[in-house]
Design a protein around this ligand. Structure first.
Ligand code: FAD
Length: 449
């Protein structure tokens, strides 16, 4: 209530509590409008106040005050998540972390940053020292370090480095508890990963340490193939080609290239591949493409388009979906994972079964050391019943489907309770105030107690 918020504001001292209703509405939202289900479920959910700390000391004041007054606290990086991750379900304070934006140091293939630093800024700072980030979401121009680790998965770079949650990619995090006297601790390796993709329900991350990779001169290329399956076989072969250094390998079945704005590069009826490879490998890419009747349609130097909408990366991952959703209203999407070793066969089975109803967008990546792919299939939406049938057919045939139409952690990618995440919540947020309502196993535990 208002009294509580006033007492909380008094505890925060010179740190301003923003209660302007336009700001509250804007900051309480992310890109959950991708899903009609989430749009409805999150309607009207918003914070009661926003706070924008610029130092860890200020974060500590917020954590202590929220604990003392038992006010929910939800964190936000840049709000580019797709599942309402930073939307407060039970009001309270929304803490915008983007003011903690320092790159603390870069040395020996490691970057130490504050949680609100934008990935583009970290990447640029690393390049000055001859390194670059291993993984970037296609939203890297806006997305923050903390938001990527706590809400994301992978993206540009996953073809070599897998997911941001894979051991070795994030080396450690510094996280704060919600308590009368908040504590800050450094968590390394497996313990750090207990905070990975947990939507900020089990700790306030203030710093992260990313492993880097040597900076490379990347070349961007659009290729086209006469058929989808030739494109799939090309991607699988290039994915495995150890002599070609890769940062991105995306496949779009016809008619997706036309639907997402690549019609100038790719003729109607053809499948498109978008890739980033080391510049010297272009001839090898051309050679492999020819084996599958493909050709390079256009190429550009990544350094010239980096950080702009002209880069091909902004036609990949969920940016493909974004471009299509903006123009086509009768569309929805899936997120799926194909197991290594059988991915080509399963992709073909799904492609033949659904035809044009489920349009294939594949992102090739490394999982368990093997080349496989995940799908961000674009679906011609008819009814919810049909959508569920489509999901069930995938699952019945061994294709993992993550539901992008839920804000509950367990119902999304993981599909099960993560005991490490739950234990971390018990340790750093015993009062259950961080982003409440997103972790079912915690809520059920509370109800049982
Ligand atoms: P936010 O959305 O602000 O936050 C994400 C989650 O992290 C929230 O639950 C928030 O509470 C929590 N959080 C934020 N900061 C902290 C902190 N300091 N401590 C604890 N918890 C915190 N994702 C990918 O993985 N790969 C992609 O390629 C990709 N492409 C996308 C394309 C489009 C068009 C869109 C709309 C989204 C895409 N995403 C992708 C999803 C999203 O953009 C990324 O995951 C991004 O990294 C999120 O960063 P953010 O700073 O915007 O996080």
């Amino acid at each position: 209530d208002q009294n509580t918020m006033q007492r909380l504001a008094a505890d925060l001292g010179d740190l301003e509590l923003i209660t302007d209703s336009t700001a509250l509405q804007r900051y309480s939202k992310d890109f959950s409008w991708f899903s009609p289900v989430l749009t409805e479920a999150l309607e009207g959910k918003r914070a009661d106040a926003i706070v924008r700390p610029t130092s860890e000391e200020q974060v500590r004041r917020v954590a202590a005050a929220c604990y003392r007054h038992r006010v929910p606290l939800t964190l936000r990086g840049s709000g580019t998540g797709n599942y309402g991750q930073c939307t407060p379900l039970r009001g309270g304070v929304l803490m915008d972390m983007s003011g903690l934006n320092k790159v603390l140091w870069i040395a020996d293939g490691v970057a130490r940053v504050q949680a609100g630093a934008r990935l583009v800024d970290i990447d640029n700072a690393a390049r000055e020292k001859g390194w670059e980030l291993r993984l970037l979401p296609s939203t890297y121009r806006l997305a923050t370090a903390g938001g990527f680790f706590c809400g994301g998965f992978g993206g540009i770079g996953s073809i070599t480095y897998g997911s941001i949650g894979d051991p070795g990619n994030v080396l450690g995090v510094r996280a704060m508890s919600l308590a009368e006297q908040p504590e800050v601790a450094e968590f390394r390796s497996a313990e750090a990963r207990d905070l990975y993709h947990a939507y900020g329900v089990n700790g306030v991350i203030t710093e992260l340490e990313f492993a880097l990779t040597p900076a490379m001169n990347w070349q961007e290329a659009v290729l086209s193939f006469p058929s989808f399956m030739e494109g799939v076989r090309f991607c699988q072969t290039l994915g495995r080609a150890t002599g070609v250094i890769k940062k991105l390998l995306t496949l779009l079945a016809d008619p997706l290239p036309q639907m997402c704005g690549l019609g100038k590069d790719v003729g109607e009826g053809r499948a498109a591949v978008l890739c980033l490879v080391n510049r010297a490998a272009l001839e090898a890419v051309e050679e492999i493409a020819a084996n599958f009747n493909g050709r390079i349609e256009r190429q550009q130097d990544n350094a010239e388009v980096y950080g702009t909408a002209k880069s091909l990366v902004e036609h990949t991952w969920n940016h493909t979906t974004l471009h299509i959703l903006r123009k086509h209203k009768d569309i929805t999407y899936l997120q799926s994972g194909f197991r290594p070793w059988e991915n080509v066969e399963k992709v073909e089975q799904m492609y033949r079964h659904f035809g044009d109803e489920v349009m294939m967008h594949l992102e090739f990546l490394k999982a368990d050391g093997a080349v496989t792919c995940s799908g961000l299939q674009v679906i011609r939406y008819t009814t919810e019943e049909r959508l569920n049938q489509i999901i069930q057919y995938h699952r019945d045939n061994g294709v993992h489907v993550s539901n992008p139409h839920t804000y509950i952690l367990e119902d999304g990618g993981k599909l099960s309770v993560d005991p490490g995440q739950l234990a971390m919540k018990q340790r750093l947020d015993p009062a259950g105030l961080l982003n409440p309502g997103k972790m079912r196993s915690w809520d059920e535990k509370g109800a049982a107690a």
